[in-house]
Design a protein around this ligand. Structure first.
Ligand code: KIV
Ligand code: NA
Length: 265
């Protein structure tokens, strides 16, 4: 199989071919997602929410991200694997940021890292890129800053924040990011950013004009049913189906229907 690289994504933008990206956090789902033909798997710090049950992404640690990422890597043959730098492992100190990125690359075998922020993250991004580590940016609703925003509402609806976001996107490109995520911003703004920079723009809740789309696997498969924003398209309802399956199993055990003659030695 031909592997997807950062160059592949750049060529896809130039060719107008949309980039598909989903999160994954473990070996088994990574296998499913990779074999289904996804371009990029993001080992997102959303693991803090959907894997660990935290309310925010802030508590997850670098060691925990490394555990998830190394599990994902073992399930993947084709797609590009990108890992989030978690909260507190890169902010405002480029030496620490580089050390965190190096740990991810060395200990997991992942292909790139992602971190949140614009201007304030540029020094760290440059340092990481200069070490040969590909970086994806993340602008708009950046969940690690949720206590600054105070709300998960759409970002950059006002002109000042929109102008800043456009400026930040340019800075990310100049700093050497090979792509950026735009989260929960108006579709028109995402379109303008996508047209104004040369690196691929991957949207989540950012409309159809981005170069690609990303969703959290647990949301789109209906494993996590507590989160239903307008931008989410839910393709399955695993929560419901798995609940029915478990109920059937419980019933089969209680009624001594399972195991039957064929299911024993
Ligand atoms: O952690 C995550 O899942 C993400 C995506 C929503 C972009 O950062
Ligand atoms: Na994230």
């Amino acid at each position: 199989v031909k592997r997807i690289t950062t160059n592949t994504l750049m060529m896809m933008k130039q060719a107008g071919e949309k980039i598909s990206m989903l999160t994954a956090y473990d070996y088994s789902f990574a296998r499913i997602i990779d074999s289904a033909g996804i371009d990029v798997i993001l080992v997102g710090d959303s693991a803090s929410n959907v894997m660990a049950g935290h309310e925010t992404t802030l508590p997850i640690t670098l060691d925990q991200m490394i555990y998830h990422a190394s599990s994902v890597i073992r399930g993947v043959q084709r797609c590009l694997v990108v890992v989030d730098l978690p909260f507190g492992t890169y902010q405002s100190n480029s030496e620490i940021a580089l050390a965190s990125a190096i740990r991810i690359m060395k200990e997991t075998g992942a292909h790139a890292i992602k971190l949140e922020g614009g201007e304030e993250a540029i020094e760290s991004i440059k340092k990481i890129v200069s070490a040969g580590i590909p970086v994806i940016g993340h602008l708009g609703l950046t969940p690690q800053s949720i206590y600054k925003f105070g709300t998960y509402a759409v970002r950059a609806k006002e002109e000042a924040e929109a102008a800043k976001l456009k400026e930040d996107a340019k800075l990310l490109e100049e700093a050497g990011c090979f792509a950026t995520v735009l989260e929960k911003i108006p579709a028109q703004l995402a379109k303008e950013v996508t047209e104004s920079i040369h690196i691929p723009v991957i949207g989540i809740g950012a409309g159809k004009h981005c170069d690609g789309q990303v969703l959290v696997m647990h949301d789109m498969l209906g494993i996590n049913t507590e989160f239903k924003p307008k931008f989410l398209r839910q393709y399955l309802n695993i929560f419901e189906q798995a609940t029915e399956a478990v109920k059937s199993y419980v019933n089969d055990v209680k009624t001594n229907d399972f195991p039957n003659e064929k299911e024993q030695y």
